[in-house]
Design a protein around this ligand. Structure first.
Ligand SMILES: CC(C)(COP(=O)(O)OP(=O)(O)OC[C@H]1O[C@@H](n2cnc3c(N)ncnc32)[C@H](O)[C@@H]1OP(=O)(O)O)[C@@H](O)C(=O)NCCC(=O)NCCS
Length: 192
């Protein structure tokens, strides 16, 4: 039986455990070192204004979703932490990639939430946990009177089909140094 609840400060370790392996390819492309994502993720989680939900099955963390309602402002010390953890050149490369990514993103609408990340642990996929996490995040956004829910997903990611099934529509495509992306959006309150 899967239980979904809002992640608290003490759930940080579980969030890292779920999200870091799920996004190891992305972390490798961005940071040049997938393992360091575990050190940086807590700082990103703290900076997100929005909602973070965690799915557990028999106490084991099996999925998570991170949704922002405001652009993420990373704390100023992140630059020092990244230089310390990655070394100067990898940190500089990561900052350039992030800036390039942000500049390529479609403009965020007023009252638009963004799906920053959703991940389900391998072995637990295809059982509806991802769908439930997105639906629960949506319920929260509707309560906050948020009108639009957007996301960017690599064109090659099979999750595009899941998002379409949940009512997200393709708005545009864009590309940057990390690859080719689809920007999808859903007007909230329209779930059938
Ligand atoms: C995308 C993801 C969160 C879906 O979670 P899930 O619990 O498997 O989702 P559900 O069971 O609710 O729905 C399954 C759908 O997810 C999609 N999906 C994507 N990758 C999948 C995988 N490895 N296994 C099963 N389904 C996958 C399929 O389109 C499937 O749709 P279908 O039922 O029409 O075939 C999960 O596959 C995952 O963690 N993927 C890696 C991380 C990622 O790419 N996240 C999205 C980008 S931010």
């Amino acid at each position: 039986m899967v239980e979904i609840s809002e992640a608290k400060l003490e759930d940080q370790e579980d969030l890292v455990e779920v999200l870091v392996p799920v996004f190891s390819d992305k972390a490798l492309a961005l940071l040049g070192d997938a393992e360091k994502a575990a050190i940086l993720l807590p700082h990103i989680l703290k900076a997100v204004e929005g909602i973070t939900l965690l799915a557990r099955e028999n106490e084991k963390a099996v999925g998570a979703i991170l949704v922002s309602v405001e652009p993420i402002k990373l704390p100023s010390e992140i630059s020092t932490i990244m230089k310390k953890e990655l070394g100067y050149f990898k940190a500089l490369r990561a900052f350039r990639l992030m800036r390039d990514y942000e500049r390529s993103l479609p403009k965020r609408k007023e009252k638009e939430a963004l799906l920053e990340a959703v991940g389900v642990v391998e072995g637990f996929r295809g059982k509806g946990i991802g769908t439930e996490l997105i639906n629960r995040a949506e319920d929260w956004l509707v309560m906050q009177n948020i009108k639009h829910f957007g996301l960017s997903v690599k064109t090659s990611n099979p999750a595009v089909r899941l998002y379409s099934r949940l009512g997200f529509e393709k708005v545009s495509t864009f590309q940057n140094k990390l690859g080719h992306w689809i920007y999808m959006q859903k007007t909230l309150g329209s779930r059938s």
